[in-house]
Design a protein around this ligand. Sequence first.
Ligand code: GDP
Ligand code: ZN
Length: 355
Amino acid sequence: MIKQYGWSDALAKAFEPHARAGHAPGRIVAQHRDGYQVATDEGELRAKASGRLMHAAEEAEHPAVGDWVALSLNPTQGATLHAILPRRTAFVRRAADSVQTLQVIAANIDVAFVVTSLNADLNPRRIERYLAAAWQSGARPVVVLTKSDLADDPQGQVDAIAALAAGCPVLTVSARQGQGLAALLAQVAPGETCVLIGSSGVGKSTLVNAFLGEERMATQAIRETDDQGRHTTSHRQLVLLPSGGLILDTPGIREVGLIDAEEGLGVVFDDIEHLIRTCKFNDCGHVKEPGCAVRGALDSGALDPARWAHFQKLGAELAAVQSKAERLANDAERRRLAGLQKTYRATKRNARSGD
Ligand code: GDP
Ligand code: ZN
């Protein structure tokens, strides 16, 4: 069963110590005020985090929807989450009450659909912000232009956005006409998890419903009994797609914004950041410098070469998005100044002709 949720050989390997401790693997499919809903090989169950996990020093170390966890199944006390497996990717945001605190709002996302609508004004800055948030999380961004049925000539917008989002697929879709849905779903392989991010009104809920078809009601509602014995209905936030793959949908992830600099990467790759800080030279290139902690960890097998390659690739892509954003900001500033100059000249001309 957990195979459908994306369980892999790499996860099984990371899980070995927990298996030896007698724990079972599971993936968090929903977070409630008083606990978590976890998909396991024994079916879905409610679990609470262990005191140690809940009191972890960093809020980013608390369990989040999408996390793979190690849990104990105690028939009398209910299930307990003991550990979180290393996250491949994570969307983080700053806690509302503190700029210091980062919270994970979705873990282990493979594909981030950056959604914007073809009938809205093209807002390059906004798309860039969402793209950067996607890159920072570690997920693959795919740009989705919705409501193609309302656009007369979408090609201009498609081209403009493709230039902005160099390297990521740009797909158009009409949920209303059922056009383009299959191509979107083809971006999410079986076992992979996607999210939809983008401004309100662009058509995200409509797309989720179209993805899930009629199965939404059947799969979404979880009937459960709260501590007082009342029946409550809550929603699963991580849902299997009929086409294979999964979608994670929470209000938090939809509104994910851009956090500063490389912090998103820092949360997912804090072990690598730690290694980098312990290199002998501050400007170590991690190639063959003496005292390079990264090389050391690669050589000893403590650092997975694929993980290191992924980190390097994301860093480069993030830097590219950022420098492009800066360049566009400069362009906009130049255009603004040119516009001002034109207005100024016109005013002078008018003043003169009025003489
Ligand atoms: P969200 O806020 O991003 O979740 O957006 P919604 O899914 O609620 O959609 C906002 C509005 O756009 C609704 O009135 C939808 O009916 C409409 N809408 C969504 N997809 C399409 C589409 O493909 N074509 C057209 N014409 N309207 C759409
Ligand atoms: Zn180094």
